[in-house]
Design a binder for this molecule. Structure first.
Ligand code: BV8
Length: 241
């Protein structure tokens, strides 16, 4: 019996893990918020006042996901290896709305900010796989209503998904790894404090540079995700933490 089987891991990822796959982050100099304002594209008010602009913002990002150049990178693959080879529980919570973790082979993925390749109907609440463009004129395939379909994405001021399961996993885990996130957006940015206050895990930040929350972590390793994440996974699987 592998004595590690009773030890659980929670991983949080942000846009930085997908940067080397060619997807923009948000707050880097070349990030999404350098070209559009959060208030114009990532709030319920923005969707109410200008749904065309919001659909255009997500349509462009959805089209980018169809680009064959956008593929999971070594960091996504390393996390899928960790899930496959770790004998205990593992939960991968991502703030990202791309599907690169799943395409790398991860299964226990919880998209707390929703998913780019899904739409939700504001009328019947059905959630649909959606890879093409969406528009205000697209009727809901389920209830037929028009102008009700929106990206299945959590905007600012909306409750992230899966919070109860996330906090339960954070309080119980033995290792908390935060990867490629600036620590700017709550509640995700507060997960490390949750672990310190209510949990007992060893907490590690893996990021290109120190995040806003770096001082709350037991350990921090900085560098490109495709370098530091595979190396850390190898260490966890061979020597633990
Ligand atoms: C909520 C949509 C409560 C999907 C996103 C004060 C004032 C006003 C509001 C608040 C406040 N305090 C808290 C809030 C609430 C607000 C918030 O946190 N605001 C911030 C700006 C202060 N939070 C919310 O509104 C959340 N909801 O609180 O609800 C509630 C309670 C009851 C009832 C109802 C509601 C909802 C937040 C979700 C918003 N949606 N996105 C989309 O379009 O993608 S947030 C957006 O930011 C993305 O999801 C993104 O994932 C997330 C965090 O960004 P990061 O992933 O960290 O990306 P970032 O660019 O910031 O950083 C990238 C990092 O990677 C950098 O550190 C960089 O160094 C690193 N990096 C770069 N390259 C590499 C790398 N690392 C490694 N390798 C590399 N190669």
């Amino acid at each position: 019996m592998d004595d590690r089987s009773g030890r659980s891991i929670v991983i949080l990822t942000g846009a930085g893990i997908s940067k080397e796959s060619g997807l923009s982050t948000f707050r880097d100099a070349d990030g999404l918020w350098a070209t559009v304002r959060i208030e114009d594209v990532a709030t319920p008010q923005a969707f109410r006042s200008n749904p065309v602009r919001v659909h255009d913002f997500y349509n462009a990002r959805r089209r980018q996901m169809a680009d064959p150049a956008v593929q999971p990178n070594a960091a996504h693959v390393a996390l899928a290896r960790l899930e496959a080879e770790w004998p205990g529980e593992l939960l991968l919570v991502t703030q990202n709305i791309d599907d690169l973790h799943e395409r790398a082979g991860s299964h226990a993925v919880l998209h707390m900010h929703g998913e780019l390749l899904k739409l939700r109907c504001g009328h019947c609440q059905v959630v649909l796989e959606w890879r093409g463009d969406a528009s205000v004129g697209t009727p809901c395939p389920s209830c037929g209503h028009v102008a009700g379909l929106r990206p299945h994405v959590v905007w600012f001021g909306e409750m992230p998904l899966g919070m109860e399961a996330i906090y339960a996993a954070l309080d119980a885990c033995d290792l908390f790894i935060s990867i490629g996130t600036s620590g700017a957006v709550y509640p995700a940015a507060g997960f490390v404090e949750e672990v310190r206050r209510h949990g007992h895990a060893h907490s590690v930040e893996l990021n290109l540079e120190p995040s806003l929350g770096v001082s709350a972590f037991d350990e921090a390793i900085h560098g490109p995700a495709t370098d530091i994440v595979p190396a850390f996974v190898e260490r966890v699987l061979t020597r633990g933490w």
